[in-house]
Write a protein that binds this ligand. Structure first.
Ligand SMILES: CC(=O)N[C@H]1[C@@H](OP(=O)(O)O)O[C@H](CO)[C@@H](O)[C@@H]1O
Ligand SMILES: [Mg+2]
Length: 563
C-alpha cells in the first residue's frame, strides 16, 4: 500500500482504539453468540467488532457483512454484538480467536500490531483501493444507540469501509438483509416484509386443501413479544396477514413491561409458566412466545384458569411439525403415481443437539427420518444442515430453521414449470412442489427467525387442519431435568460425540454411565456452557422423580471431581 495510505490506516486504528480504552479487568470472549456483557461496558468490544466486521468484508472482496447489537433473551441491561457472514450465517469460526484477541488488546499499539499481523497472515490488503460494506442492526435495548455509534467508529477506522445503519431490527432480519444483498436481490425491510406476507398469505395458504383450514378459533393466535423488537415488527405487519388473527402481548410498547422480564421464549421454555400479560380468559387459546431479538420461537397453551402452568411446544416439536410437512410433500412428489412420471430424490436431514428430548428423536426416527447430532450452538447445527438437499434444525429452546440447497430449489423450479404447463397443473404433485417452493420463500434460510417460523407453523397447522392439541400429541416428552453446577474451571471438562460423553476426566464418564444404568430410559450428559460460567447437567428418564435424581447424583459427581 502507498505510504500515505498506510500512515492513514495506522492513524485511524490508533485513534479509534484510544477513544475506546479497554476498562481494566474486562475480558471478552466471542462465545456461542458473540460478545456479551453489561451494556454500559460494551463499547470497546463493539467498536472492535466494527473493525473486525470491516476486515472480514475486505477479506471477502467487499461482500456485505453484518453486525447485530443485541443480547437476545438476556436482561435489558445487558447487550452484545455478533457478526454475520456474507451468506447471512454466523461469522466463520476460524476468525473467532482473532475476534477474542482484538477485543482484549490492552492498548492502541497492541491493537494496531494485532490488526497488521492478522491482515498479513490472512492476505488482507489494508489501505488500498478495496471497499468493504457492513450492515448494522440493533434491538430495542436502551444502550443500542450508544453501541451503534461505537460500532460505526470501529468500521470507519478501516480505510474504504462503508457502514449502513439498517435501524432497529430483529436479529434474523439483519441476517436476511446481509444474505439478500450478497445474492443481489432486494434487501430492505419492506422487501423482507413483502416476502413474508406474500409467501404466507398468497402462496402457503392458497395451497391449503379446501376442506381444511379450521374455524375462527383455529385462526386465533396470541403472541408474547417479550417486550422486544419481534412484537413491534409483528404489530407492523399483522393486518396484512390474511387467514390469521394475531393479538400481540408484551408488544414492546411504552409502559407494557420490561424486555424479557417474566416473558419471552426463554422464560416460557425454562419456567413452563404463563408469561406476564396473560389472563384466565386465554385458557385454551394457541399462544406463541418470541425472545427479545426474535430468533427463538416456542408455542404454549394455558392449561387451566386455576394455575399458571402451560402445555409447552418447544423447538423439538416445531422441528417435528416441519419435518413431517416436508416429508409429506416429498412423498407426494415422488410416489404420487400421477401420469406425469417425475420424481425428485432429495436427501432430507434433521439436525438436533443432545438437549433434544429423546422422545422427539425417537419420533423422528420412527418416521424414517435421518437424524444427526451436533454440539450446542446454532453455528454447528446450521453448518450440518447445509450438507443436505433439505436440512431442518432446531435447538430445544426454539432456535432453528430449514435450509434448501440451490440445486434442489432449481430442480424444484423446473419440476413446477413442467407440471404447470400441461394437464398436471392442479395435480397433487404440482401442489406439493408449490408448497415446498412457498416454504423455502417463507422460512428465513439465513438463520432461525421467530417471525417466519411462526408463519410457517401457522400455515402447516392450517394445511393439516390440526389444533394445538393434535400438535401436542405428536409424542409425549420424556421427563427431563437441567441443572447448573458452578466449578473452579469448567474448561477442565472435555467432551466428545457431540457433547454426549466426557472424555476428560474419564472417571467422570464412568460414574455418569453407572448412574444412568440405574434408570429406566435414562440418558444423561454434562458439558461446560459456552455462554455462562457453569457446567450444565442434563438428565432424562421415564419418570420426573428419576430424571431429577439422576441429574442430582451426576451434579454431585461433577462438584466432587471439579469442585
Ligand atoms: C442448553 C441451552 O439452551 N444452551 C444454549 C446456550 O448455550 P450454552 O453453551 O449451553 O450456554 O446459549 C446458546 C446461545 O444462545 C444456545 O445456542 C444454546 O442452546
Ligand atoms: Mg435470541
Amino acid at each position: 500500500m502507498a505510504a500515505n495510505q498506510e500512515r492513514e490506516q495506522r492513524r485511524r486504528l490508533l485513534d479509534v482504539a484510544s477513544r475506546f480504552p479497554l476498562p481494566s479487568g474486562c475480558r471478552f470472549s466471542y462465545g456461542t453468540a458473540g460478545f456479551r456483557a453489561d451494556g454500559a461496558t460494551m463499547a470497546p468490544a463493539v467498536c472492535r467488532a466494527g473493525i473486525l466486521a470491516a476486515l472480514r468484508s475486505v477479506k471477502l472482496a467487499g461482500a456485505a457483512v453484518g453486525i447485530v447489537i443485541t443480547a437476545s433473551h438476556n436482561p435489558v441491561g445487558d447487550n452484545g454484538v455478533k457478526i454475520a457472514d456474507p451468506d447471512g450465517g454466523m461469522m466463520a469460526q476460524h476468525w473467532e480467536p482473532f475476534a477474542d484477541a482484538l477485543a482484549n488488546a490492552p492498548d492502541p499499539d497492541a491493537l494496531l500490531q494485532l490488526v497488521l499481523q492478522f491482515a498479513k497472515d490472512e492476505g488482507i490488503s489494508l489501505g488500498g483501493h478495496h471497499t468493504a460494506q457492513v450492515l448494522l442492526g440493533r434491538d430495542t435495548r436502551p444502550t443500542g444507540e450508544y453501541l451503534l455509534d461505537a460500532a460505526l467508529q470501529g468500521i470507519n477506522a478501516i480505510v474504504g469501509a462503508h457502514a449502513i445503519d439498517m435501524g432497529i431490527l430483529t436479529t434474523p432480519q439483519l441476517h436476511w438483509m446481509v444474505r439478500s444483498k450478497n445474492k443481489g436481490i432486494k434487501a430492505s425491510e419492506s422487501d423482507y416484509f413483502t416476502q413474508l406476507i406474500d409467501s404466507f398469505s398468497r402462496h402457503m395458504l392458497e395451497l391449503v386443501p379446501k376442506d381444511k383450514g379450521g374455524d375462527e378459533l383455529a385462526k386465533k393466535l396470541i403472541v408474547d413479544g417479550a417486550n422486544g423488537i419481534g412484537g413491534v415488527k409483528l404489530e407492523q405487519i399483522k393486518a396484512e396477514l390474511s387467514g390469521i388473527d394475531i393479538n400481540v402481548r408484551n408488544s414492546g410498547k411504552e409502559g407494557e413491561g420490561i424486555l424479557n422480564h417474566m416473558c419471552g421464549a426463554d422464560f416460557v421454555q425454562k419456567e413452563r409458566v404463563t408469561p406476564h400479560g396473560f389472563s384466565p380468559e386465554d385458557v385454551g387459546v394457541r399462544c406463541a412466545s418470541l425472545d427479545g431479538d426474535a430468533d427463538r420461537l416456542v408455542y404454549f397453551r394455558m392449561s387451566s384458569a386455576s394455575d399458571n402452568k402451560v402445555d409447552l411446544v418447544d423447538g423439538d416439536k416445531i422441528l417435528s411439525l416441519f419435518a413431517l410437512f416436508i416429508r409429506e410433500q416429498l412423498d407426494i412428489i415422488n410416489n404420487n403415481g400421477s401420469q406425469v412420471n417425475k420424481s425428485m430424490p432429495a436427501r432430507l436431514g434433521i439436525v438436533q443437539t443432545a438437549y433434544a428430548n429423546g422422545a422427539s428423536t425417537q419420533f423422528l426416527k420412527n418416521h424414517g427420518l435421518e437424524v444427526v447430532f451436533t454440539p450446542t450452538g446454532v453455528k454447528y447445527l446450521h453448518k450440518k444442515a447445509l450438507e443436505y438437499d433439505i436440512g431442518i434444525y432446531f435447538e430445544a429452546n426454539g432456535h432453528g430453521t430449514i435450509v434448501f440447497s440451490e440445486d434442489f430449489l432449481s430442480q424444484l423450479q423446473s419440476l413446477s414449470n413442467e407440471l404447470s404447463s400441461d394437464a398436471a397443473n392442479g395435480s397433487a404433485q404440482y401442489r406439493a412442489a408449490m408448497r415446498l417452493m412457498a416454504a423455502s420463500q417463507l422460512i428465513n434460510q439465513a438463520v432461525g427467525d421467530a417471525l417466519s417460523g411462526l408463519l410457517l407453523v401457522e400455515a402447516i397447522l392450517q394445511y393439516k387442519g390440526w389444533s394445538f392439541q393434535n400438535w401436542c400429541e405428536l409424542y409425549s416428552d420424556l421427563p427431563s431435568r437441567q441443572l447448573k453446577v458452578k466449578v473452579i474451571d469448567r474448561s477442565s471438562i472435555v467432551t466428545t460425540e457431540a457433547e454426549t460423553k466426557v472424555s476428560q476426566p474419564s472417571s467422570l464418564q464412568e460414574l455418569i454411565d453407572k448412574e444412568t444404568a440405574n434408570c429406566a430410559h435414562g440418558r444423561c450428559f454434562v458439558r461446560p456452557s459456552g455462554t455462562e460460567d457453569v457446567v450444565r447437567v442434563y438428565a432424562e428418564a421415564s419418570t420426573q422423580v428419576e430424571a431429577d435424581s439422576l441429574a442430582r447424583s451426576v451434579a454431585h459427581h461433577v462438584e466432587h471431581h471439579l469442585g
